[in-house]
Design a protein around this ligand. Structure first.
Ligand code: PMP
Length: 354
């Protein structure tokens, strides 16, 4: 007997609830959810305010936004699928590809939502440990493919550790993966990447790999986390299957307007992204100087490999008004936020250095 009022699938009952980054108090910086510290641009806010027709349901496939994104990737509109956050698309793809006895493969540690995907789909999760530098060990991942593998996730840059997968490494990986297995390239942080060797989803798709789906989001570089818009680019048949598993009409009209206006304002947003990338590089350098082995950081966050001291280290940051994200037994992730937070981060990091 359990204390549940109805019968819940046991594996679902055992899933941990999504842990949201803590909210920050008045004098604290919230650096726990890889959000963009900048407010939306005035043009984006105005576009949402100007929009009308909110008494009607939104366009089911967000066609205007799809058309704009398709143009940038040089594909037809049916190669783009929009959802309420790219995390929704991960769940859709898992359900579309994987069921009982099937395997979903990913590197670990990586994005916290990945372990839930096989559970919700009724499949098995198979993980391959990150390499010593905190990146993907693509050879070991290719070795871990079985005849039950249905979906593989490659996260570049890897959340929460930071390193990219190289284009060369990804191309070589694809030659080792059977072409009927879905490979999801999760590029939630693509816009922050400055390393020219990094894999580029657009280039992969242009080279013609119909089993690859590229995932991007408006939550990070575009600063629209609160409005929930993410997208996938790939083969229309795969995306159609994903859409079939999704909740209809979940991308709101306001979100579509904001995303379109953000694309219009891209030059301004790029300046902000560049500023955050510079801040990230400076912070990583200073943290290394303070005694931390910070892995290559290519997203809008840095990783402190604190191991067993992760909770204690995060508590020290919190005491100093810096809300960071601890991963027990492993490390602490710090998002790149306001410029004023940097000195304070370095100060605490030096104090609790290994
Ligand atoms: N992928 C990765 C690697 C992420 O870190 C995140 C957000 N933390 C997402 C996907 C989901 O982003 P969203 O649903 O906001 O688009």
């Amino acid at each position: 007997m359990t204390d549940l009022p109805v019968r819940i699938r046991p594996e679902i009952a055992a899933l941990p609830a999504y842990r949201q980054g803590k909210q920050a108090g008045a004098d604290a910086f919230k650096l726990s959810s890889n959000e963009n510290p900048f407010d939306p641009l005035p043009g984006v806010v105005e576009a949402v305010q100007r929009a009308h027709g909110f008494n009607r349901y939104p366009d089911a496939t967000a066609s205007r936004l799809r058309a704009r994104l398709a143009e940038r990737f040089g594909v037809t509109d049916d190669h783009v699928h929009i959802a309420a956050g790219s995390v929704s698309i991960l769940f859709q793809l898992a359900q579309a590809t994987s069921g009982h006895g099937d395997e979903i493969l990913f590197s670990w540690r990586s994005f916290e939502a990945y372990p839930s995907l096989p559970v919700v789909a009724g499949a098995h999760g198979v993980t391959v440990p990150n390499d010593a530098a905190g990146g993907h060990d693509l050879d070991a991942m290719a070795d871990a493919v079985t005849d039950r593998t249905r979906m593989i996730i490659v996260c570049s840059p890897n959340n929460p550790t930071g390193p990219i997968v190289t284009q060369e490494g990804f191309d070589a990986f694809l030659t080792r993966v059977p072409a009927d297995i879905l490979v999801v390239l999760d590029e939630a942080y693509a816009e922050f990447v400055t390393d020219p060797a990094a894999v580029d989803g657009a280039r992969v798709l242009a080279a013609g790999h119909p089993n690859v789906v590229v995932l991007r989001t408006f939550s990070k570089a575009y600063g629209l986390a609160g409005l929930r818009v993410g997208y996938a680019v790939g083969d229309p048949r795969i995306l159609g299957a994903a859409r079939s598993t999704g909740i209809p009409l979940s991308v709101t009209a306001a979100a579509e307007e904001a995303a379109l206006a953000s694309l219009d304002a891209e030059d301004e947003l790029k300046v902000r992204v560049a500023e955050l990338a510079i801040r990230r590089d400076e912070l990583a350098t200073r943290l290394r100087g303070a005694g931390w082995e910070v892995p290559l950081a290519q997203g809008n966050f840095v990783w402190l490999p604190a191991g067993d001291r992760a909770l204690e280290v995060a508590a020290a940051f919190e005491e100093a008004g810096l809300i960071v994200r601890p991963f027990a037994g492993d490390g602490v992730r710090i998002s790149i936020g306001e410029a004023e937070s940097v000195d304070r981060i370095v100060e605490v990091a030096a104090r609790v250095a290994p």
